[in-house]
Design a protein around this ligand. Structure first.
Ligand code: 9MR
Length: 330
């Protein structure tokens, strides 16, 4: 791992200005690779388990839980004095394999989900600071996504999930989604949804914008405007899964600089609009989901993060650190 003599780490700079800068974490890399462990703990002050808290990972069978990987990451976060984001309690993806074959009634689905939320959010009541309670419940056209949850419980499953989580944890509770980073049709729909839920006193503390900037890089000005309108509803806003890539067949010659410029612009937009948390979706390029994800792997450049495969700091790293430092000096 490179050292930059005399330079503070990203974490130092973020701590100083009370900014939360995080990375999605994979438990195997944490156990196996000392450089991964060292980079994650010295450069970031927040973690999100990338997959370990999803239902598929936690539920080997209908009546059992396996918390080993999730515990490893949450323990790592606590031991290193980091903010821990839980991801995610309710999602249409990454359900357990056995789910498909389960011949269930609607009532069984509701009881299963309630038990899942109570057990998981309850287990980490003192160790997880924020939960993505519901992930990606709005479809790309702004309608409510049809899922196993909405089929069994109607749209009310969203409010129920927040209420059940609130019964067992003091963590801040977030709605999280992709493609809604800017002001657009989808973020309008999410705005309306959250406004309706708040009017009904559903316990929601914030909204997470994932910001997977792949082919399209959402306009930073529009991101700031979007953050501001959700904050005006009384919600906290976090950037929860950021990475910056280019289409594989259209990678610019100056990709590293363009990537750095975009990271910088987003940090600045975030700070201006009052967002205090950015999580990148991985520690280093070697671990990015873009390389392993079947549908996307061939279509986007596989180096979207702040550290390269060898844990060297990239121009994007310096851009984020400098943007946080500059803001601090104002
Ligand atoms: O990065 C995650 C990848 O390892 C998983 O295979 C994938 C499964 O669908 O989920 C990825 O993380 C997703 C996150 O949980 C929700 N937002 C989109 C992320 C990237 O697909």
């Amino acid at each position: 791992m490179s050292t930059e003599q005399g330079q503070p780490t990203l974490r130092d700079v973020a701590d100083e200005r009370e900014f939360t800068i995080g990375a999605a974490i994979d438990p195997d890399s944490l156990r196996r690779d000392p450089s991964y462990w060292k980079t994650a703990s010295s450069e970031f002050n927040a973690v999100t388990p990338e997959n370990a808290l999803k239902m598929g990972a936690l539920r080997p069978s209908r009546h059992t839980y396996d918390f080993r990987d999730a515990d490893a990451i949450v323990d790592f976060g606590r031991e290193n004095d980091m903010y821990v984001r839980g991801h995610t309690l309710v999602w249409h993806n990454q359900k357990p394999d056995w789910f498909q074959a389960w011949d269930h009634t609607d009532e069984q689905i509701e009881a299963f989900l309630r038990n899942h939320i109570h057990t998981v959010a309850g287990r980490y009541r003192a160790t997880i600071d924020a939960w993505d309670v519901v992930n990606e419940a709005v479809d790309d056209d702004g309608s409510t996504r049809r899922t196993v949850w909405s089929d069994a419980m109607g749209e009310g499953y969203i409010a129920d999930a927040f209420r059940w989580a609130d019964e067992v944890t003091d963590a801040d509770l977030y709605y999280n989604d992709y493609g809604a980073d800017e002001v657009n049709e989808k973020s309008d729909a999410i705005y309306d949804l959250l406004e309706r839920l708040l009017e009904r006193d559903v316990p929601i503390d914030g909204v997470g914008f994932q910001l997977h900037a792949l082919a399209a890089h959402p306009d930073p000005e529009s991101i700031a405007e979007n953050i501001e309108r959700f904050r005006a509803l009384g919600l906290d806003v976090q950037i929860t899964e950021m990475d910056v890539a280019f289409p594989d067949d259209d990678v610019p010659a100056d990709a590293a600089e363009r990537q750095a410029d975009y990271y910088r612009a987003v940090v600045e937009a975030c700070l201006e609009a009052g967002c205090e948390t950015i999580v990148t979706w991985g520690v280093h390029d070697g671990g990015t989901w873009l390389r392993s994800f079947k549908d996307f792997g061939e279509r986007y450049s596989g180096d979207p993060l702040l550290f390269d495969d060898r844990y060297e700091r990239k121009p994007a790293y310096r851009a984020v650190r400098n943007a946080l430092e500059k803001h601090r000096e104002r």
